[in-house]
Design a protein around this ligand. Sequence first.
Ligand SMILES: [Zn+2]
Length: 66
Amino acid sequence: MPYTNDPFAHRINPNGTKDSICKKCFLTVGTGETEEHMKILERDHVCDRWRLEVIEIARQRSKVNQ
Ligand SMILES: [Zn+2]
């Protein structure tokens, strides 16, 4: 995934809605129908601490194995 300042990745669904995915915890923040709706969903998102810890552990392990 190319790096941008936007902490959320958007995926366009076949029905025209968009999924917003947090690039930090990889959680689907939600599905929005408009840019405004997406912004509200993203503003209210809080990363899941448990998920961040699991991702960090996986990252550390992959470093060790290299
Ligand atoms: Zn997050």
